[in-house]
Design a protein around this ligand. Structure first.
Ligand code: NDP
Length: 453
């Protein structure tokens, strides 16, 4: 690590105390960018990185709402408008009790590079609330979403800031928020993505992040003349990203054997098939149940509850060639990474954002496995969000095949950018450097063109 990065990180820690996930995300990118800043002193002189680290705007607000029993609740609401150099702010909303400013800043920061990699004109943002949707009635969810949008609507717009879903925010929540936005603004615009198909949504948007992560993995395998055929795959999570990751692995001949939620995971040695996946989707999306219930239907599967006394996650300790972390940040620690390698895993494609801790990332990179970091591997979701915006602007909708073909070629382009950039900067096959530098250059050049704003 250069003195420049050391000084920068000391400054980031001092100015953003207790935002540990944000420090982690910035440090990883800054280390990769050392190579670029050495070759391009003009970026350093213009303080491009220092500017990218500071959100253009940070909105924090109160979300008061009343439930069906008349009880008053108060939640925190946020929107981080991180960087608009190459397009309107774009990034998801997360509803989860762990949400705080530091977590959203890390996500918004990552989003800037990810959106740049997609080849589409989108800046970076992120937002959300500490509201916990788990186990809540539809009415409570609606009341909260409406209250949240009663403040957020002031700050967003189809050419300003276009939020989407993330953890805890799916089609249902987007619908309630869109309804309130439309009422308050008295206009029907593509202000949110992930909308329902009959009111402005795009085909393949729900599938896009999971499909994209599997396509990205397929591109990495292709560099070794391999495919998923016959390969065992570990998947964490059981939400939007995990479900469509499992589906696309099945399409491409792989064998997904695990899924999880925050209480535990299932291991199905025989592997998922279409029927089991349909059961999982119904369990999670309709009945909103727990992953444990999978074993009540499929008794050959084994359920393991989360054991907080362990210093590793047993999900990552099964024999497999491929892993798709698709739940949340920091879900693979060093020991998990070691277990993966010990069990023969040589492809990790991150559906989740920053799921691997820095020591794990270092191990994957040093061991030269096919490691696709989230900002590249899971960019398919925001890419199809960009395509949803394009369709909304045209007032036209593409077919399923058209969107899927575009998604596939965008993932190919992202893979190529990462691989080519990693070579250009002297670290061939290092997708971490490739993604960080590849994403940075487009934003940095736009910022140089636009002057100090
Ligand atoms: P969902 O809310 O649909 O699903 C999240 C899944 O992860 C659930 O199974 C949830 O379990 C589990 N989970 C959440 N938090 C934790 C935790 N702290 N510990 C263990 N398990 C946890 O979210 P998504 O599938 O949309 O998002 C998953 C990941 O993918 C996130 O990192 C998100 O940022 C990333 N991502 C999502 C995109 C999208 O388009 N949706 C785009 C790009 C990245 P439980 O139900 O018990 O909470």
């Amino acid at each position: 690590m250069s003195q420049y990065v050391k000084d920068l990180m000391a400054d980031v820690r001092a100015k953003n105390p207790s935002e540990t996930e944000f420090h982690q995300a910035v440090e990883e990118v800054a280390e990769s960018l050392d190579l670029v800043l050495e070759r391009h002193p003009e970026y350093r002189a213009a303080k491009i990185l220092e500017r990218i680290i500071e959100p253009e705007r940070l909105i924090s607000f109160r979300v008061p709402w009343v439930d069906e029993q008349g009880e008053v609740h108060v939640n925190k609401g946020f929107r981080i408008e991180m960087n608009s150099a190459i397009g309107p702010y774009k990034g998801g909303l997360r509803f989860h009790p762990s949400v705080n400013q530091g977590i959203l800043k890390f996500l918004a920061f990552e989003q800037v590079f990810k959106n740049s990699l997609t080849t589409l004109p989108m800046g970076g943002g992120k937002g959300g609330s500490d509201f916990d949707p788990k186990g809540k009635s539809d009415l409570k969810i609606m009341r909260f979403c409406h209250a949240f949008m009663q403040e957020l609507f002031r700050h967003i717009g189809p050419n300003t800031d276009v939020p989407a879903g993330d953890i805890g925010v799916g089609g249902r929540e987007i619908g309630y928020m869109f309804g309130m936005y439309k009422k308050l603004r008295n206009e029907f615009t593509g202000v949110l993505t992930g909308k329902g198909l009959n009111w402005g949504g795009s085909l393949i948007r729900p599938e896009a992040t999971g499909y994209g992560a599997v396509y990205f993995g397929a591109n990495m395998l292709e560099t070794r003349n391999e495919t998923y055929e016959g390969k065992t795959c570990l998947v964490s999570g059981s939400g939007n990203v995990a479900q469509y990751t499992i589906e696309k692995i099945l399409d491409l001949g792989g064998k997904p054997v695990t899924a999880s939620d925050s209480q535990g995971y299932i291991y199905d040695e025989a592997g998922f098939d279409r029927e089991k996946l349909a059961f999982l989707m119904d369990l999670k999306n309709v009945r909103r149940g727990r992953i444990k219930e999978y074993t009540e239907k499929y008794s050959s599967a084994v359920y393991t509850a989360v054991d907080s006394s362990l210093d590793y996650n047993p999900l990552w300790d099964h024999k497999a060639q491929c892993a798709f972390p698709s739940a949340t940040q920091n879900e693979i620690n060093l020991k998990d990474a070691q277990n993966l390698l010990k069990n023969g895993c040589y492809l990790v494609s991150e559906g989740a954002n920053m799921p691997t801790m820095p020591e794990g990332v270092e191990l994957f990179v040093n061991e030269k496995i096919l490691y696709g970091p989230g900002k590249a591997a899971n960019a398919g979701g925001v890419a199809v969000s960009g395509l949803e915006m394009a369709q909304n602007s045209m007032r036209y909708g593409w077919s399923r095949e058209e969107v899927d073909t575009k998604l596939n070629s965008i993932m190919k382009a992202i893979h190529k950018t990462c691989l080519d950039t990693s070579e250009r900067f002297g670290t061939p096959g290092n997708y971490v450097n490739g993604a960080n530098i590849g994403g940075f250059l487009k934003v940095a050049d736009a910022m140089m063109d636009q002057g100090v704003v």
